[in-house]
Design a protein around this ligand. Structure first.
Ligand code: GH3
Ligand code: MG
Ligand code: MG
Ligand code: MG
Ligand code: MG
Length: 307
């Protein structure tokens, strides 16, 4: 990770900054210099840097204020801060660490010690990166349906109320399509569960391909039932989208592990939130309305869209 080869030096004395820069460059680091804490904060926003060595006493914003401000910011990653100062009593060290510094060094700096301290920084930052990545992965897994890669029911339940709230606030329409594969049980019964899974995956792919990026999103609601949420879309538009998807599904041949190709159909129920309607919309009401429409689509013979 080459961002661990970059160091920002925050130092008001140009001579000392140059001296430290030379040492760091001899250790293989790319160095940027900021003349005080305020300048350093601005630079971090523009060009993020994960290792910072800061002086204590500087005009405008000193090292302590800099550490405190830095820790209150929401930056793209953890910044490892070393204070490098002529102040060498124990109280100063404690104050520096309590302000949010990770390490404390006194001037004049010994290059070998600096190199070793920076190795510690690198180790901590690598650990932080891997934990961050793992967290992101877990967070993504928590909202993803494993079989299809679509959002799962949990995400649907968390997200839909927020989307409805936003639609009401911005007085925009919002539509929900609920869909259910027709006679899916017979796929499993005839061709086996693996074939059923392949059909679900292919169906999900067709749903995904029908979404408008950044506007619609789809979730696996459960079993062979899926939902598409269409923001800023009125009932008519959602009906058209559902009909297009219905045709795509009905005209597709789905390959299954046995080598056979299956034809499937699905039924669709569409419901909407309309701006200005007196009835306050909720997730429960919207889902119930789409479900009711889906039920009617099934009863009227399947392979159809009902709104
Ligand atoms: P309808 O047209 O009325 O919707 O009939 P259907 O057969 O599609 O509906 P039913 O609810 O009777 O059956 C749904 C089947 O979906 C039963 C269940 O075993 C199967 N199923 C649910 N989840 C999965 C899954 O993850 N993989 C597979 N292969 N099958 C699943
Ligand atoms: Mg100074
Ligand atoms: Mg079904
Ligand atoms: Mg059913
Ligand atoms: Mg079902």
């Amino acid at each position: 990770m080459n961002d661990l080869k970059r160091v920002m030096v925050v130092e008001d004395s140009a001579t000392q900054a140059l001296h430290l820069k030379a040492i760091l460059e001899s250790l293989g680091y790319d160095v940027k210099v900021a003349s005080n804490g305020r300048v350093a904060l601005d630079m971090l926003h523009e060009d993020f840097c994960r290792i910072v060595i800061t002086d204590w006493i500087m005009p405008e914003m000193d090292g302590i204020e800099f550490c405190k401000s830095l820790r209150s910011l929401d930056l793209p990653g953890y910044v490892y801060v070393l204070i490098l100062t002529a102040r060498d009593n124990l109280d100063d060290l404690v104050e520096g660490l309590e302000a949010g510094a990770d390490d404390y060094l006194t001037k004049p700096v010994n290059p070998a010690e600096l190199a070793a301290r920076l190795k510690t920084a690198k180790r901590i930052l690598e650990l932080e990166s891997s934990l961050r990545q793992r967290n992101e992965e877990i967070a993504r897994m928590a909202v993803t349906d494993q079989l299809t890669g679509l959002y799962n029911r949990r995400y649907f339940n968390e997200q839909l109320p927020l989307v409805i709230k936003a639609a009401v606030r911005f007085q925009q329409p919002l539509s929900l399509i609920m869909m259910d594969i027709d006679h899916f049980k017979s796929v499993n019964d005839t061709y086996g569960h693996q074939a059923g899974d392949a059909v679900l995956q292919k169906f999900a792919e067709m749903v995904r391909s029908s979404l408008r990026a950044g506007v619609d999103w789809a979730a696996r609601f459960g079993g062979e039932e899926f939902a598409v949420v269409m923001t800023n879309t009125a009932l008519k538009g959602a009906e058209v989208a559902a009909e297009r998807l219905r045709l795509l599904v009905a005209h597709s041949l789905i390959p299954i592990p046995s080598g056979d190709k299956l034809r499937i159909t699905a039924s669709f129920g569409v419901a909407s939130v309309t701006p200005g309607s007196p009835d306050e919309p909720t997730m429960e009401k919207l889902v119930a309305a789409a479900d009711e429409a889906l039920y009617r689509a099934k009863r009227r013979g399947r392979n159809r869209v009902v709104a």
